[in-house]
Structures are given as C-alpha cells and as structure tokens.
Design a protein around this ligand. Structure first.
Ligand code: T4K
Length: 458
C-alpha cells in the first residue's frame, strides 16, 4: 500500500528559464550543443539546498547568538539529536560536523580494522573513511538491479582479515539489510551502513537508522535534509553511543580529564539550527521530491534505452535522487554524450558515481586489480546520470529538461531531423557569428563523441 503523502506547497523555482511562463514547451528544441538557445539562462544544478522556514531559522540563530553558546554540546545539537531519534525510532544519535567524520567515528568505534568490505560504487567518502585510518577497503560488486552491495559477492570476499561490512543505501534505496545482517552474524563481523542518502527511508516498514550495528547520515548542503554541513551516527547500542560521544569531543570526560583517543567531530549550534528547521519541513521536501520524480518519470517515459531507477512505493522514500540509467545497446546516445547535450543547455546533470572508487586515487594505485571483480560496478558507473531535483525545481524545469533529452534522442534517431538540425544550427551560428564554423562545430561534437548521431548518423 502506498504511504499517504502531505499536500505539496508551492515553492517558487529559482531558475531563469528562457521560455516565457505562459508558453507551452515545444515538443522539439534545437539542442544548444548544435547552436540552439540554451534551455536555461543560468545553470540548473543538481544538489541545490532545501530551505525550511527562514523566519524560524532566524529565530533559532538569534537565540543562539543571544546565548553565546555556539558549539560543544549546546541545546540546539541536543534537540537535533533527540528529534532525529524520535523521527526514526532509534535509541541514540551522535551528531557530527559532517557525514565523513561520522563514518570515521563509527569505523573506529566499531573497531573495524584489517579489511572491511565496501562497495566501490559509492561516493568516495565511504572508502576514504576507512583508508584514512589504515583500514583496507575491499571493494565489492553491486547488484545491478539495486545498485547496492550484492550479499553473495560480499560473502565471497570474506577472509580471516575481515572485520566488518559497510553497506551503502544508495539513492536512499536500502540495502538487503536482512541478508547482510545474517551474513555478518554468521561470520562474526560488524555491520555498518552508510545511510547518507537514506534519511527518511524505510525497509520492510522500519526506518533506516535502525539496521546493523550503526548507521551514518549526511546532512550536507546537497542532501534533502541539510544542516549546512552535518552528519550523525545512529545506533541502538548504548556502549557504542557513549564511546562515540567521547571520541567526538577529544575523549574528554570532564574539564581536564581525557579517557579516550578522540578528535573534534562536533556539530555546531548553527548547523543544528538549520537541521532542526529543515526537519520541520521534511514532509514538504519529500512531497516535492516525490512530485518531481513522478513528473520526470511521466515526461521521460518511452525514451529508448533510458530508465529511471524506481523506488518501492510501499516503503517510505525521500525521492532525493533522480537517477537515469542509459543502456548503450539500445539508446542512440551514450551517457557521456547525453551529459554533453545537457551541460550545453545549462542543465548540470552529474555522473554520480563515476568512476567507481577503485578507479580513484589512492585506490587505483594501491589495489590495481580491484576492478577485475567489479564488472557490474564498471558497467553501471558508465550508465548512470543524476538529474536536478529538489524544492528549487518545478514542473516547468522538468518539462524543459525532458524536452532537451527527447529532442537530442529524436535527432539522433531521425536522420532527416538531424540534417535539419545541422542546417538550423549552422544558420543560427552564421547569423550570430558570421560564416558557419562547421569544421570546429562538427569536430567539437564528433571528436568528443557527443551526439555523434547528429553528424555521422545524420
Ligand atoms: N557517503 C555517501 C554515500 C555520500 O554521498 C556522501 C556525500 C558522504 C558519504 C559524505 O558525507 P559528507 O561528509 O559530505 O556529509 C556532493 C556533496 O558534497 C557530498 O556531500 C555528497 N555525498 C555528494 C553525493 O555530492 P560533490 O563533490 O558532487 O559536490 P559539489 O560541490 O559538486 O556540489 C554538487 C552540486 O550541488 C553542484 O552542482 C552545486 C550544488 N550546490 C552545492 C553546494 C555545496 C549548491 O547549489 N549549493 C551548495 O551549497 O559532492
């Protein structure tokens, strides 16, 4: 059964669209890469921060300024932690200055040493948090259907050196928590989840935050719930929570008593104020993300070789990411060609997460063979593309993004239209720049392979 969603408030988009408000989006528009006018006058970003009620944020900030209490376990952080626990039904939340330090604390707190199994298909912070403390990330392949750790592949990588597993709930779609918990228990391993994308998401009706030994959230500006910068470790383990609280604050147990090796991983009061204010609007953020998701799905239905990753509608989802998967055996454009088309139109779609961590430094040098067992990761990281969404994006923007995509596909599939496009493109350029710079123009497209279809296949 689908979970009822709250009414969606009107939130004005902040992007300047070239098309006037009252004109319908044309079915076809000449891609800017071929000389058309850019669809957006200013960049349409992925990851624009959501903002809760500005007035309430201001009240909180004023209270903080008046109190002269800015950090080190202030009342805003305490309230933020309490509200996170209340929201997801977890026992402890240890708020931190960002998600990466939360991962680092959790890894140290759980005593993950030697080897830890982790996906390569994730943001590089997941791997860095291990390597930073001399723990070896053993890169594991994903299930291509879920983009998450494949439990069978995890089991094949367990050695006597393995101390733990870190699953990443990518795009907010939870890992197979049951299979991973069973595996961890059977092999005596610790299980941590990088839930940076998954605040507000559930699996089997249970909120993310309650799985494994601990879970880590990111409240970075680009996350749908943001604290400017911020993160948290959430756990039901009393002892671990106590340890993490000490580690977050240099190991202090009193004014001048240090009982533990610690660092400075504290969340500031102003960040907690932002997080608390966002939490009050979380239903609206999710509703807008969901609406955008549905709109993209409708607008992009039927584009050959292009799929949007779905969310399980019987669960809670934050719909934070709109992820396309482009199958190069069907699609007339590759993912990278489509990126060039979109960027030329000022739509700054991102190749999250390309390449896999194993192809980045220091992992490429340290573990040069890692890619051999990562065929799904290699394939999926060549196919994925994140589109702009969030509360700064409305139906108009989505319609226009979809039109740009459809038009580019249309050109590359229909030779006559492609020829027309080339002619129109050159005509426009001739009018603007003088004689058509065809060689450079064609080379720019052709050499890069971007919409090669417009030229060679046209
Ligand atoms: N694990 C996973 C699975 C993660 O995805 C992340 C973070 C982490 C761990 C670590 O959590 P944190 O330590 O960051 O809390 C961005 C974010 O910086 C990063 O937090 C996030 N994942 C990752 C997926 O995306 P970049 O390098 O792509 O950021 P950047 O600067 O290119 O920004 C992305 C887009 O957002 C840009 O187009 C501009 C826009 N933007 C960004 C900021 C900061 C804004 O419009 N306003 C802003 O204030 O990593």
């Amino acid at each position: 059964m689908a979970i009822p969603q709250p009414a969606i408030p009107f939130i004005a988009p902040v992007y300047e669209v070239v098309r006037p408000e009252d004109q319908p989006v044309a079915e076809f528009r000449l891609p800017a890469l071929l000389g058309g006018e850019a669809a957006f006058a200013s960049p349409l970003h992925v990851g624009r921060p959501n903002l809760g009620d500005r007035a309430r944020l201001q009240v909180r900030i004023d209270a903080m300024l008046d109190s002269r209490w800015f950090s080190n376990g202030g009342p805003m952080v305490e309230e933020f932690e309490r509200r996170i626990c209340d929201y997801i039904g977890a026992k402890h939340c240890v708020a931190t200055c960002n998600g990466t330090t939360a991962l680092m604390l959790a890894i140290r707190g759980l005593e993950l040493k030697g080897e830890v199994i982790v996906p390569s298909f994730t943001f590089v912070a997941t791997a860095h948090a291990l390597q930073w403390q001399q723990t070896k990330p053993v890169f594991c392949d994903i299930d291509p259907a879920t983009h998450n750790l494949d439990p069978a592949s995890v089991e094949a990588l367990i050695t006597p050196e393995t101390t733990g597993i870190i699953g990443v709930h990518l795009w907010g779609r939870p890992c197979d928590t049951g299979a991973l918990e069973e595996l961890a228990e059977r092999h005596g391993l610790k299980l941590l989840f990088d839930a940076s994308h998954a605040f507000g998401c559930s699996r089997a009706g249970q909120f993310v935050g309650c799985f494994g030994d601990a879970e880590v959230f990111s409240f970075h500006a680009t996350k749908f719930l943001n604290a400017f910068e911020g993160g948290a470790v959430v756990t039901n383990n009393d002892e671990l929570a106590q340890k993490l609280r000490l580690m977050r604050n240099f190991g202090f147990t009193g004014y001048d008593t240090v009982e533990y090796l610690g660092m400075n991983a504290k969340m500031t009061e102003v960040c907690a104020a932002m997080g608390l204010t966002g939490l009050e609007s979380i239903d609206q953020f999710i509703a807008v993300n969901r609406r955008n998701h549905v709109a993209y799905r409708t607008q992009l239905a039927g584009v050959p070789g292009l799929q949007m990753i779905p969310y399980a509608m019987e669960e809670r989802n934050n719909f934070q990411y709109v992820i396309l998967e482009i199958d190069p055996s069907i699609s007339p454009l590759t993912r990278d060609e489509l990126v060039r088309v979109l960027h030329a139109d000022n739509i700054l779609a991102r190749r999250y997460f390309h390449p896999g961590c194993h192809r980045m430094e220091p992992y490429r040098t340290l573990y040069p063979q890692a890619g051999e067992a990562l065929s799904n990761t290699e394939q999926i990281s060549e196919r994925v593309l994140a589109l702009p969404t969030g509360t700064t994006i409305g139906h108009r923007e989505i319609e226009l993004v979809a039109t740009v995509i459809r038009s580019a596909y249309d050109c590359s599939r229909r030779p006559r239209k492609a020829a027309a496009v080339r002619t129109v493109g050159c005509a426009i350029r001739r009018n603007v720049f003088g004689p058509c710079p065809r060689p450079a123009f064609v080379t720019a497209i052709g050499n890069a392979g971007a919409i090669a279809a417009f030229t060679s296949r046209g």
